[in-house]
Design a protein around this ligand. Structure first.
Ligand code: 13P
Ligand code: SF4
Length: 314
């Protein structure tokens, strides 16, 4: 680790200690951000953990909807987020007014929403899910329930396939997970015969069809720790490789590259929104105690029940 980063990390940790603040980071953030965190986790673990800590200042290093979820669950706490502009292409693919109009066309349907949504969308939702509990929660819904699932079409198709449901799917996607190259994956499998493929359910169906293990970031990490295998092909945002490599230094992780479209995005599998969390911004955010997450009271009061229902059903 370069010295500048190490100094920054030490300063951030001592400032957090001084302010009795707790730092949370998602697995997709930069390695140096994960090094500052008191808790690293997937979307579900971060939401659960936020409700358990005593601190009055919570810093969420992730993306906007994660800070919002934290604030909705802990309205009396100060929730800070290093960059308010850290959005999510998947959350952006479902606007609350569009969902409201869709609901009006299907008044007999309940709404199950992925946690990657705005507070306004959660306020229109019956139950929120994450990639680690979606199957478990959908399995608990009445067999004859008519369900709208959004916004991730890939996750929705996968959950339909493993639950035997026929949920009505919103047509949203994550720009990182939907661009993994099937051709490159098939090539990697040919070059590495017998090596297990681990994929996040936000990936497209052809990628999932080629995968041995499908799960949330946390589930994939746990699998690499428990499995006796020494090498894995990984189809999810590359930030998770930091924690995998740290937990299993003797194992090898081979990332699946994205499709390369000339002039569009980078040729890596990084989420640029997650990468907006930098050490400089994290330090400034702790120091200045801003930007602070604010959620409209009325929206938060409606959204909290769909999140609480998820926590009860997990
Ligand atoms: P999980 O953390 O639930 O695996 O979801 C990944 C994700 O898309 C975060 O943005
Ligand atoms: Fe959103 Fe995709 Fe980034 Fe996750 S990886 S925060 S789903 S854009």
């Amino acid at each position: 680790m370069d010295l500048k980063n190490k100094e920054y990390i030490d300063n951030i940790k001592s400032l957090a200690k001084e302010k009795k603040a707790v730092i949370f980071a998602h697995y997709y953030t930069r390695p140096e951000i994960q090094e500052c965190a008191d808790f690293i986790g997937d979307s579900l673990a971060l939401a659960q953990q936020a409700t358990r800590v005593q601190a009055n200042i919570l810093v969420m290093c992730g993306v906007h909807f994660m800070g919002e979820t934290m604030k909705i669950l802990c309205p009396e706490k100060k929730v800070l987020i290093p960059d308010m502009n850290a959005g999510c292409s998947l959350a952006d693919s479902c606007k609350a007014e569009d969902l409201a109009a869709f609901k009006a066309q299907h008044p007999d349907h309940m709404v199950v929403s992925y946690v990657n949504t705005s507070a306004e969308v959660k306020a229109l939702t019956d139950v929120v899910v994450t990639s680690s509990n979606a199957k478990k929660i959908v399995d608990q819904l009445p067999q004859d329930a008519k369900i709208i699932f959004g916004p991730d079409h890939n996750l929705g198709s996968y959950i339909n396939s493993v639950t035997g449901r026929n949920m009505l799917l919103w047509n949203g996607a994550c720009h990182v997970h939907s661009r993994f190259s099937l051709e490159a994956l098939l090539e990697l499998k040919k070059e590495n015969p017998g090596v297990e493929v681990l994929a996040h359910p936000e990936c497209k169906a052809p990628i999932l069809a080629q995968s041995d293990v499908i799960g949330s970031t946390q589930a994939l990490l746990q699998h690499t720790i428990k499995s006796p295998a020494k090498r894995f092909i990984i189809a999810t945002e590359s930030g998770i490789l930091h924690e995998m490599q740290k937990a299993c230094p003797e194992k090898e992780f081979i990332p699946v590259p994205p499709e390369v479209t000339e002039g569009v995005g980078c040729s890596c599998n990084e989420c640029e929104y997650m990468r907006m969390n930098t050490l400089e911004k994290l330090y400034a955010c702790l120091h200045d105690e801003q930007p602070e997450m604010v959620v409209d009271k009325e929206v938060a009061e409606k959204a909290v029940s769909s999140i609480q229902r998820m926590l009860q059903m997990s």
